[in-house]
Design a protein around this ligand. Structure first.
Ligand SMILES: Cc1cc2nc3c(=O)[nH]c(=O)nc-3n(C[C@H](O)[C@H](O)[C@H](O)COP(=O)(O)OP(=O)(O)OC[C@H]3O[C@@H](n4cnc5c(N)ncnc54)[C@H](O)[C@@H]3O)c2cc1C
Ligand code: FES
Length: 283
């Protein structure tokens, strides 16, 4: 790990580490009442690895971190799925196609695809947490022969809060991914499971001795999911995508400190083993 003084020297040597490149919004998909997917075309291709994040800025207002939900194999355009949460995301939800945003990055450490090879993979998502997992699933399903059995358990508040409904239908028909959905509260048309996502984890349908699990969702969901997975997996085989308030994105400002880690630089993907003893992990 680089010392802060070294990082500072690197930054001073760089032009301006905070400068963004322009990215035009080319399409917007409504996913749920409070979640939209933005398709962006950056001025120059933005190469990222699945699970890394970018800082997206609204000119004159501010920026916020997001993990692309598209495949890193598509470099000319990228998709970012955004839940309305506050100031920046609120304005983004009002911004139409054709407008230009700023984008910088990618930052952090994403999913360790090499370590996943030839192993069964249990993917557990909650709400907008399916966004980074969709990017990961695109990579896994691009070369399914490289991996073991793949299983996705995904939960949302209600059926209308499930995102990527067309993609979920395709995955449901896929022979390389087992998909199970759940909602906290069903409606008259819902025939699937009702209950929090941990209710789908009583008997995991993957090899938990040799396999691994990947989890992303709201903090409370990740907390209880990680604890539940400890019945079956070793903590070093459970990967979490963590979120902390961020500013610089590259290990300089200290905003994202979590125990001995900076989430922006050492994460956002961590094993549960790395973080499970940090007292304010889920705050
Ligand atoms: C690495 C990373 C990847 C992320 N990927 C996605 C994604 O793909 N899709 C998505 O919808 N969201 C994602 N987020 C969360 C997103 O960054 C926040 O929702 C956003 O920063 C809120 O900005 P705002 O200006 O709209 O809200 P604000 O007005 O700043 O705040 C609204 C509320 O959200 C809290 N908040 C602000 N920033 C964060 C944050 N980073 N994490 C947790 N709480 C925060 C504030 O404390 C406040 O309570 C990610 C966060 C991180 C750190
Ligand atoms: S966001 Fe600045 S150190 Fe992590």
């Amino acid at each position: 790990m680089k010392a802060r003084a070294e990082i500072k020297e690197d930054l001073e040597a760089a032009d301006n580490p905070y400068s963004s490149i322009p990215a035009v919004i080319t399409d917007i998909q409504d996913e749920s009442p409070n979640i939209k997917t933005f398709e962006l075309e950056p001025e120059e291709p933005l190469k990222f690895s699945t699970g890394e994040f970018v800082q997206l800025s609204v000119p004159g207002l501010g920026e916020a971190p997001f993990t692309p939900s598209s495949s890193p194999n598509v470099e000319e355009k990228l998709e970012i799925t955004i839940m309305e949460a506050g100031e920046v995301t609120g304005v983004l939800h009002e911004t139409p196609p054709g407008e230009t945003l700023g984008i910088r990055g990618p930052y952090g450490r994403g999913y360790p695809l090499e370590e996943m090879k030839e192993r069964d993979i249990l993917v557990v998502g909650g709400g907008v947490g399916l966004a980074p997992l969709r990017s990961l699933l695109y990579m896994l399903m691009d070369k399914p022969e490289d991996f073991g059995k793949m299983s996705l358990k995904y939960g949302a508040r209600t059926p209308e809060h499930l995102i990527y409904k067309d993609q979920l239908d395709k995955w449901d028909d896929s022979s390389v991914l087992d998909l199970e959905l759940t909602v906290d509260e069903g409606d008259e048309d819902w025939e699937g499971n009702v209950g929090v996502v941990t209710t789908l984890l009583e008997e995991p349908d993957v090899d938990t001795e040799e396999g691994l699990a990947v989890v992303c969702g709201p903090p409370v969901m990740m907390k209880f999911t990680a604890q539940k997975l400890m019945d079956f997996f070793d903590p070093e085989d459970v990967y979490l995508s963590l979120e902390k308030n961020m500013s610089c994105g590259f290990g300089m400002c200290g905003h994202c400190q979590l125990g001995k880690y900076y989430v922006c630089k050492d994460g956002p993907v961590f094993t549960y083993d790395q973080v499970k003893d940090i007292p304010d992990l889920w705050e």
